[in-house]
Design a binder for this molecule. Structure first.
Ligand code: SF4
Length: 345
């Protein structure tokens, strides 16, 4: 099976005159230097030596800032380096992230000419009051236009959403997920808001004008958004920031939302929602022993972070003896409970 690898190139805050309340790009990207063309080439060469033979879908990805906010000749200079590798058949795509209001026909013509394949938009929310309270500098109408234009050029489209921005609620989160589903992007990312040092959001938090989500609320909202996107068949590329995305001196993250295994928390909660009614049925039909299965990729989600699901179900269904196993005929995210008389482990 073909495997996908990404060679990330971080371009911190380059090209971005905006001041979104949650953003401290230096901390997010864990880089402070602006890379030169040579740096980009060196990063690519280093990553290429680490790729595995099965990783045959290889993308160079420009992350970290608003790439298309750069002057067009600077965009071209970075992209020309990536295109050399694309033309030589060493990589299969060029990927970048940017803001919805930095998309125009002129910009997209240039990206097309340089072989860019995927454009991810930092949409964050489709709710105009949330966008305004986060000082994003544009409203949702800009997002729809940018998505339409990107798709009309034949680029793959990605949409990034944030959970728990100022003014955000479960309802606005669900609205954002539904609007995303309607636009049918190729991929999506879900990021719970983290209160970083040196941000306006931290000042708001300290003066009581912003309340960080609890972890439980962040998991709940993200889980419901994930379900909407997943049901539409959208590839959910990332849920939560990676620990390496944030440099911490111990004080960079404020509030409780960050968890290094946030995706697992969300996927475990999804499995719990699917499994609970099945166990309830079996328990009320008088079953005593039950075997529960997911495929191997989802097995750790079945058990849960710190065995949370296992403990939860043991307490919730004391009359059931539950065994957990793997059935690779199941799809990702599927969970099946069967009485043990019908199955063998
Ligand atoms: S547009 Fe992106 S890089 Fe610029 S301030 Fe907002 S989040 Fe940060």
């Amino acid at each position: 099976m073909k495997k996908h690898a990404i060679i990330p190139i971080f371009i911190p805050h380059l090209g971005c005159p905006n001041d979104c309340v949650f953003c401290n790009q230096r901390k997010i990207t864990a880089r402070t230097e602006v890379p030169s063309e040579d740096d980009v080439r060196m990063t690519i060469e280093e990553w290429l030596t680490t790729l595995k033979p099965e990783e045959t879908e290889i993308e160079i990805a420009f992350y970290g800032g608003s790439f298309t906010g750069l002057p067009i000749d600077e965009q071209s200079s970075y992209l020309s380096v990536a295109k050399e590798y694309l033309d030589a058949g060493i990589i299969t795509g060029i990927h970048l992230s940017t803001r919805p209001d930095y998309i125009s026909a002129e910009i997209l013509d240039n990206l097309k000419a340089h072989g860019v394949t995927t454009i991810e938009l930092g949409v964050q929310s489709f709710d105009d009051s949330v966008l305004a309270a986060s000082n994003r500098g544009h409203d949702s109408s800009v997002v729809y236009k940018a998505c339409d234009l990107i798709k009309s050029y034949g680029f793959r489209l990605g949409i990034q959403l944030m959970i728990g921005l100022p003014g955000d609620t479960l309802e606005t989160c669900l609205y954002s997920a539904k609007e995303t589903a309607k636009l049918r992007p190729d991929l999506a990312r879900l990021y719970p808001t983290i209160v970083l040092d040196d941000t306006e959001l931290l000042s708001m938090y300290e003066r009581g004008a912003y309340q960080a989500l609890t972890r439980e609320e962040a998991v709940l909202r993200t889980k419901e958004m994930y379900k909407i996107l997943d049901e539409t068949g959208i590839y959910i590329m990332r849920v939560g920031l990676k620990s390496t995305d944030i440099i911490g001196d111990g004080g960079a993250i404020n509030g409780g939302t960050y968890h290094p295994a946030f995706r697992q928390l969300v996927e475990s909660a999804i499995i719990r929602d699917k499994l609970e009614p099945q166990l309830l049925n079996l328990a009320s039909s008088g079953a005593a022993r039950v075997n529960v299965f997911t495929n191997s990729a989802w097995f750790s989600n079945l058990i849960g972070n710190n065995k949370e699901n296992k403990v939860y179900f043991a307490e919730k269904f004391p009359s059931l003896s539950i065994r957990y196993g793997v059935d690779n005929s199941l799809k990702d995210g599927e969970v099946k409970a069967r009485t043990s008389a019908l199955t063998t482990l």
